[in-house]
Design a protein. Sequence first.
Length: 65
Amino acid sequence: MTDTPNRNTAAAARRPDCVTEIRRGNTLLVVSGYFKQDATATAADKMMKVLEAESAVGEQTAHAT
C-alpha cells in the first residue's frame, strides 16, 4: 500500500479526535476521526437528529401497511 501525501499541513499536525481499532482475524483496522473544530452541534445533537429521522421513517411505514 502506498502512502498518500497530506495536502493540508495543518491537519497533519493535529492529533485525531477519536481512534477506533477493530481486529478482524489477523487484520487490525485503525480508523482516525476528526471533528470540525468550529462546529456548534454536539455529538448528542447529531445523534438526536438521527433518532428523530429514524423515528419519522418508522411512523410512515407503520401507517402505510
